[in-house]
Ligand binder design. Structure first.
Ligand code: G
Ligand code: G
Ligand code: MN
Ligand code: NA
Length: 250
């Protein structure tokens, strides 16, 4: 309860900001997208990680307000980049509870209109880490597709998804969890190429997260992984630094 008041105050005091981590296409080396990741710049405690407040916000329901702010801010800031990078896409993370109500569709449509943002440049990430009521989520996801936005499954491989469930979800991309990438040279060597093939077989793109070394990048490229993201390229950047990064990676 106390925390919820803190979060509400933080939102009003504009203490949240978005950092952006570039997503790179392996074939071309070009930046094709950015993932928006929220940060809380607390006046006294300094930078607070989303891991420390997103779960609480999810429990209290305040996540709805936070994510509304995230959607609007990501669209507004990315819109400024589209003149120079017209095919750039921005990914946002939404909580599984958001996919249980049609309110998400109205809210998103309103924000897209207000920010004059092209829907095909927005990608919505749904984590596989937490369970989702797929029966409720499927119609919502279909409506999102109708609005024209893209959908990615985040943290893929860590969760509950089965092949039958995957086939039912109208998605555009799998984001392979970084735990699989970190084990590239180890025993799990067979898993990564299998996930890449699985994604391609169901007709979606595959992005590998948490790429930290040149070796991992080369391995993923050889295995036909489409896209990558990770510290090897850059950590998530504040907006100003993102603009510089894009400038240097044309
Ligand atoms: O950026 P970092 O690695 O610290 O993020 C930690 C976790 O917080 C990740 O699982 C990420 O998906 C989540 N997260 C970051 N930003 C947001 C956000 O805007 N909304 C939600 N729901 N989760 C986020
Ligand atoms: O759950 P999600 O994939 O949205 O979370 C992304 C999180 O991963 C962010 O907190 C981001 O800071 C972190 N991250 C991004 N790249 C790397 C990386 O190369 N290695 C590690 N360990 N974490 C990363
Ligand atoms: Mn994510
Ligand atoms: Na992830």
């Amino acid at each position: 309860i106390h925390m919820e008041r803190e979060l509400r105050k933080a939102l009003e005091a504009e203490e949240f900001e978005l950092h952006y981590q570039p997503q790179i296409q392996l074939q071309t080396g070009k930046v094709i997208g950015i993932e928006a990741l929220i940060r809380w710049k607390h006046r006294e405690k300094g930078m607070i990680s989303p891991n420390a407040f997103i779960p609480i916000a999810e429990e209290t329901g305040f996540i709805i307000s936070i994510n509304e702010w995230v959607m609007e801010t990501a669209c507004r800031q990315t819109k400024l980049l589209l003149h120079q990078y017209p095919s750039l896409s921005v990914s946002i993370n939404l909580s599984p509870c958001e996919f249980e109500s049609r309110k998400l569709i109205y809210k998103l449509a309103k924000i897209l209109e207000k920010t004059d943002f092209p829907p095909h440049c927005l990608d919505i990430e749904i984590t596989e880490r937490m369970t989702m009521d797929t029966e409720k989520a499927i119609p919502i996801l279909k409506e999102l597709k109708n609005v024209g936005v893209n959908v990615s499954i985040d943290d893929f491989g860590t969760g509950y998804s089965s092949l039958s469930y995957l086939k039912k979800l109208p998605i555009d991309r799998l984001k392979i969890d970084r735990s699989f990438v970190q084990n590239v040279q180890k025993e799990e060597e067979a898993i990564l190429p299998a996930i890449i093939t699985l994604g391609h077989n169901i007709g979606v793109k595959v992005l590998a997260e948490g790429v930290e070394t040149e070796l991992e990048a080369a391995y993923l490229k050889e295995k036909q992984c489409d896209e990558v993201q990770g510290y090897y390229y850059t950590r998530p950047l504040p907006y100003g630094e993102l603009v510089q990064f894009l400038d240097q990676h044309k």
